[in-house]
Design a protein around this ligand. Structure first.
Ligand code: IFM
Length: 443
C-alpha cells in the first residue's frame, strides 16, 4: 500500500466508553449513566462507571499510543464532566482532565482531534427535553464556547457531532440507546436540532480557535439495490436519503432532501425545516464512520423499502453480525466526494468486534481484525486513487471499551483491556498497525 506522505494515521475512542464515569468524581450524571443503570437496557447490566479507567490511566494510554506510532488521536469530551448540569457553572476539575490529556498528547507528538458530542448528554438537559428542545442548540453552542476557549490554544482539529443518525434514531426512534425513546417524531426533532447546533458550534469554533480545522462526523452506509429492478433502485435511493442525505444535504446544501421530507412529513410537523440552513457553515472536512452497507428492496410499507445488513448465508460477519464489506468503504468515500463539496475526508472510525482468544505470551492473536483492517485500508487507498480527498484514518478503537447497549461483550480494540485488572495487552492488530504506520511514514 502507498498512501500520501501527509496522510494521518490514528485511532479513536469516546468519553463514556473509556473514561470511567461516576458522579463521585465530580461530573454530572449523563444520559448513558442513567440508561445503563436502568435494568434491562444494557447487556449484563454493564455500565460505564469504570470502563477503561482512562481518567486515571490516560498517561499510560498515551504512552501506548506513542508505542504504536499513532500520529493522531480522536477522543470526545464528556459534556457533563465540564458542565455538570449541562449549562452554567463549569467544573474546573473536569476541564483540567482534558487539559492534561491534550498536553500529554502534544508532549508525545500526537495530534488531538476532539469530538464535542459523542452521545453523553447531561441528564439535567435530558430532563429538560434534551435534543428535542429547540433550546438544545443554545446549550450546545455555549458548551462549545467553554471547551474551545479552554483547549483551542492547543487543539486545532474539532468535530462537532459524532453520528447524529445514531443519536436521533437509535436513541429516540428505536429506543436501543439512551435516552431510550420510541417516538419517530422526537427522533426527527432531535436530528433537526443536532444539525442546527452543528452549524452554530462551527461558528464558535471559528471564532475561538486560530487556524481551526473543523467538521462533523457522520455514520454513512452505501445502499445497494437488491436487484437491478427500478423499484429496488428507487428503494435504495430512499434508504440512502434517510441515513445519508438527511444529514449530508443540510451540512453541505442547507436543505433537507425533498423526497424524504415528503415521505416523513407526518413526523416533521411543527419543525421549521428551513432553519436547517444554519447547518451549512463551510467545513474543512467531513468525518465518515464506516461499518456496513445496506441491501435494499422495494416493499409496500410507508417508507417503501426494506433493508437488510447481510442476513444471508455464507457472508463474512463480525461479532456484531455486521457484514465485512470493504468495497462499501471505497464506494461511500468516492460517492460522497462526487456528490458533495467536501474539501477533505477522514475515516473517523472503522474497525470490527471479534470474539478474541485469551492472550498468549502477552499478545492477543486477532488475525481476523488484522485482515479486516488490511482490506479496509486497501479500499481507502483505492478510493484515493479515484480522487477521494481522504486525508486520514482513525481505527475504532484504540482500546476495548463499553460498546453501548452491548456493554463489554463486544471488543473493538486494537488493544485488549483486561477489565478485572485494567491491564492493557497488545493485540496483533496493534502490532500490524504499528508496521503500517512505520512503513507509510518512513521518509
Ligand atoms: O462504539 C461505537 C462508537 O461509539 C460509534 N460508532 C460505532 C462504534 C461501534 O459500534
Amino acid at each position: 500500500m502507498t498512501f500520501p506522505k501527509d496522510f494521518l494515521w490514528g485511532a479513536a475512542t469516546a468519553s463514556y466508553q473509556i473514561e470511567g464515569s461516576r458522579t463521585e468524581d465530580g461530573r454530572g450524571e449523563c444520559i448513558w449513566q442513567r440508561f445503563s443503570h436502568t435494568p434491562g437496557k444494557v447487556k449484563n447490566g454493564d455500565t460505564g462507571d469504570i470502563a477503561c479507567d482512562h481518567l486515571n490511566r490516560y498517561a499510560e494510554d498515551v504512552a501506548l499510543m506513542r508505542e504504536i506510532g499513532l500520529q493522531t488521536y480522536r477522543f470526545s469530551v464528556a459534556w457533563s464532566r465540564v458542565l455538570p448540569t449541562g449549562v452554567g457553572t463549569v467544573a474546573e476539575n473536569g476541564l483540567d482532565f482534558y487539559d492534561r490529556l491534550v498536553d500529554e498528547l502534544l508532549k508525545n507528538n500526537i495530534t488531538p482531534f476532539v469530538t464535542l458530542y459523542h452521545w453523553d448528554l447531561p441528564q439535567a438537559l435530558q430532563d429538560n427535553g434534551g435534543w428535542e428542545n429547540p433550546d438544545s442548540v443554545k446549550w450546545f453552542t455555549d458548551y462549545t464556547e467553554v471547551v474551545t476557549k479552554a483547549l483551542g490554544d492547543r487543539v486545532k482539529n474539532w468535530i462537532t457531532h459524532n453520528e447524529p443518525w445514531c443519536v436521533a434514531f437509535l436513541g429516540n426512534m428505536f429506543g436501543v440507546h439512551a435516552p431510550g425513546k420510541q417516538d419517530a417524531k422526537a427522533a426527527f426533532a432531535v436530528a433537526h436540532h443536532l444539525l442546527i447546533s452543528h452549524g452554530t458550534a462551527m461558528n464558535v469554533i471559528r471564532q475561538n480557535v486560530a487556524d481551526s480545522y473543523a467538521g462533523i462526523t457522520l455514520n454513512l452506509a452505501p445502499k445497494y439495490p437488491e436487484t437491478d429492478s427500478d423499484a429496488d433502485k428507487k428503494a435504495a435511493y430512499t434508504a440512502d436519503g434517510i441515513q445519508n442525505r438527511w444529514f449530508l444535504d443540510p451540512v453541505y446544501k442547507g436543505v433537507y432532501p425533498a423526497d424524504i421530507v415528503e415521505k416523513a412529513s407526518e413526523y416533521l410537523d411543527g419543525l421549521d425545516l428551513s432553519a436547517v440552513k444554519q447547518a451549512a457553515v463551510p467545513t474543512d472536512f467531513l468525518g465518515i464512520n464506516y461499518y456496513m452497507r445496506g441491501i435494499v428492496r422495494a416493499e409496500e410499507n410507508p417508507m417503501g423499502f426494506n433493508e437488510k445488513m447481510a442476513d444471508y448465508e455464507g457472508v463474512e460477519l463480525t461479532a456484531m453480525d455486521w457484514e465485512v464489506y470493504p468495497d462499501g468503504l471505497h464506494d461511500i468515500l468516492v460517492n460522497t466526494a462526487r456528490d458533495y463539496d467536501v474539501k477533505a475526508l477522514y475515516v473517523t472510525e472503522n474497525g470490527a468486534a471479534y470474539d478474541e482468544p485469551e492472550p498468549i505470551n502477552g499478545v492477543v492473536e486477532d488475525a481476523k481484525r488484522v485482515s479486516y483492517l488490511q482490506r479496509h485500508f486497501a479500499a481507502a487507498e483505492a478510493a484515493i486513487a479515484q480522487g477521494a480527498p481522504l486525508k486520514g484514518y482513525f481505527v475504532w478503537s484504540f482500546l476495548d471499551n463499553f460498546e453501548w447497549a452491548e456493554g463489554y461483550t463486544k471488543r473493538f480494540g486494537i488493544t485488549y483491556v483486561d477489565y478485572a485488572t485494567q491491564k492493557r495487552i497488545p493485540k496483533r492488530s496493534s502490532l500490524f498497525y504499528k508496521d503500517v504506520i512505520k512503513a507509510q511514514t518512513a521518509s
